[in-house]
Design a protein around this ligand. Structure first.
Ligand SMILES: *Cc1c(COP(=O)(O)O)cnc(C)c1O
Length: 290
């Protein structure tokens, strides 16, 4: 596996960082088959241009759309798989749309869909065309990756609420942005950067950038101070390439964009049942700390 760096202000793979990663791989004589992009926090990468790059280089394009469910890109719902071959979704409880656990894959490719369906259920292929109705064949090892009926029932009811979730979260994000703007450049709000048409985003996270160096405070201490004011924050995420599993495999990699993003990012509370008052409470606490 190869890593692609991201934009230091959005945490997203960009056409430029992708071109660099592909070039670097070619220089080192490495073969690439597919590109996986992540729509971090719900904001989408530039799928159109990234698709062009993958086409020129004969690569498949997969989107991790876990954060972006309910959003749209180029007037098409995220997951439509128009530019991408595969979209993956997680329905874990922390996501804007949940079934408790589980997830889904969407694709435009019939063959892939059928292979994925088979893999989901032990790779048992039922024929059913002759009188021996019990027969099935297993050409390969499969898994039990089925979503239970009970989880699906929750998912179906959640689907009806998805549009409302998006509207609510969008309003909350706008309110946060308007309230936090005056703290720039100590705090950078997500509307300052990025290729995003904001109306089309279903915000999974509200992650701001904080210049902890200029504030002369560590992020850990900053978060602890907020916790004492009854506000829980989180860091999304530790750059994957720095995890021991990957450093053992690949050594220490130079991904300056991801490090620059990581060092400044902090996710503030964002949940559908939140009120403007709650945001004012968070903003007041931030103001006191700044
Ligand atoms: C939640 C999440 C995952 C993992 O999903 P699981 O359901 O735990 O497999 C992967 N990628 C992103 C971007 C996520 O938010």
């Amino acid at each position: 596996m190869l890593f692609c760096d991201v934009d230091p202000n959005t945490g997203l793979i960009t056409p430029e960082t992708l071109r660099n990663a592909i070039q670097d791989a070619r220089k080192r004589g490495l073969k690439i088959k597919a590109v996986i992009v992540v729509h971090l926090t719900g904001r989408h990468v530039d799928l159109k241009e990234i698709k062009e790059i993958t086409q020129v280089n004969k690569l498949e394009l997969i989107a991790d759309s876990c954060h972006a469910i309910g959003g749209a890109y180029d007037s098409m719902p995220i997951g439509k798989s128009y530019y991408e071959q595969i979209n993956t979704f997680s329905f874990h409880p922390v996501k804007a749309f949940t079934t408790g656990e589980g997830g889904a894959i969407t694709t435009n490719n019939e063959k892939l869909a059928s292979a994925i369906r088979q893999m989901r259920s032990h790779n048992m292929i039922k024929d059913g065309s002759n009188e021996n109705k019990w027969q099935y064949v297993m050409n390969d090892i499969g898994y039990n990756y089925r979503l239970s009926d009970i989880q699906c029932a929750l998912g179906i009811s959640q689907l009806k609420k998805l549009k409302g979730f998006k509207q609510k979260r969008s309003r909350l994000v706008k309110f946060y942005n308007s309230k936090l703007k005056k703290f720039f450049p100590k705090i950078t709000t997500p509307d300052r950067y990025g290729p995003t048409i904001f109306e089309s985003v279903n915000w999974h996270l509200y992650s701001i950038l904080i210049d902890f160096k200029a504030l002369k405070i560590s992020r850990g201490k900053f978060m602890e101070n907020l916790r004492q004011k009854k506000i829980n924050t989180q860091v999304h995420y530790i750059p994957v390439h720095t995890q021991p599993y990957y450093t053992k495999l690949y050594g220490s990699l130079n991904m300056p964009g991801s490090i620059e993003y990581y060092e400044r990012t902090l996710s503030l509370p964002l949940f559908t049942k939140m009120h403007k008052d709650d945001i004012e409470f968070v903003v007041k606490a931030l103001e006191e700390l700044l």
